[in-house]
Design a protein. Structure first.
Length: 65
């Protein structure tokens, strides 16, 4: 699933930026699970879409209960 958190903006190296988003987990989805023989993980990746190199957070695990 892809979520657009903020529209087009002009960013400045002097001013830090911060964005927040809420994403609904689909009904009936399995929660996070870490067992001996199986694991079910949820991950998110945040990135900026810009010309040149698009910086991103890499995949980060998060817990769904």
């Amino acid at each position: 699933m892809q979520v657009d958190v903020a529209g087009a903006q002009v960013l400045s190296s002097e001013a830090p930026g911060q964005w927040q988003a809420t994403v609904a987990i689909p009904q009936g989805s399995l929660p996070s699970f870490q067992g001996r023989n199986a694991t079910h993980t949820w991950q998110v990746c945040a990135f900026l879409d810009k010309s040149g190199n698009d910086p991103d957070s890499g995949w980060v695990d998060f817990q769904v209960h």
